[in-house]
Design a protein around this ligand. Sequence first.
Ligand code: M6R
Length: 365
Amino acid sequence: EKGGYKHFMQKEIFEQPQALSNTLLNRLPLDAESIPLDLPFSDADLRGLSRIHIVACGTSWHAGLVGKFLIEQLSRVAVEVDYASEYRYREPVIQPGTLLIGITQSGETADTLAAMKEAAARGARTLAICNVMGSTATRQAEATLLTHAGPEIGVASTKAFTTQLAVLTLLALKLGEVRGTLDPDLKAGLLQGLRELPAHLERMNALEPRILQWAQRWKDADDFLYLGRGPCYPIALEGALKLKEISYIHAEGYPAGEMKHGPIALIDKNLPVVALMPHDAHREKTLSNLQEAAARDGRILALVTEGDTGLAAIAEDVLEIPAVHPWLAPILYTVPLQLLAYHIAVLRGCDVDQPRNLAKSVTVE
Ligand code: M6R
């Protein structure tokens, strides 16, 4: 059932090209057509949205943060992202025209369901982004966008996350299209990028031997710091969560620009700093943050766009990631971080698929 893999997590990491293709199937338009997303909301409904609230937990919450970036950039609707466990108890202000998006792989997470219910009771329209057809979230929400990742068995979420990012990209494009805020060249670029993503994801598998070397070198570290900016900031959070939950190493994700407001005090020669630096509008800023980290002896493990030599002199190792539209980088840059966490956990003898204290779906508060 693990199809030749040692663990479900490993299998699910490698299934991502297929999971992405399945999720995008029939949802990418031909040329000038509009995005064929099957939603029960009319165009007038979508044009009438005044704001979006996203609620989720854990990895799905990280997807929400990337979703906020994409939806705001492409459709100019203001988006708030909250932990479901906070949202449900903070008497959220729901104004007319609010859409609540609950992101949940399982569709059974108690806090997410309760937050969705709370918003609906206060008058929000509701949409679930979910991987399990027929789950409570899909029955509870007015509308559902399914990710077609296939069953995810490993407790650490992998392919469910990258497919959530793909669906959120499509939704952001759809909103932008209907609301007239979407630049046609940008739309064409992102759609082309989505089409090419499964093939790029296949190429990521070739990075595994290098990532295994990182894992061997750093498996006994006490802490890891993950840094990113813009849409890759949530990927820094996600990389840190993956490492924490399956290897039990303390890790923090930070927006790179926040480093000098505290975490920089942690940096010394024993701290691996995993840096996400795609060639995007944030590159120069991230580069200068990383130079500061290197000046304090931080050991930088960098992910950069193919051909970018900007970190060669200061990083301990640099992995080159295929060039994609910068707003699709989160999907690609996630994969090496999943593999890094996986290999460190295996080397430390941890139970990768069933980490201690964790359950696949958290159906109690
Ligand atoms: O099923 P959900 O997406 O609602 O689950 C949310 C979190 O419990 C889940 O993402 C958790 O953080 C994972 N173990 C992360 O790998």
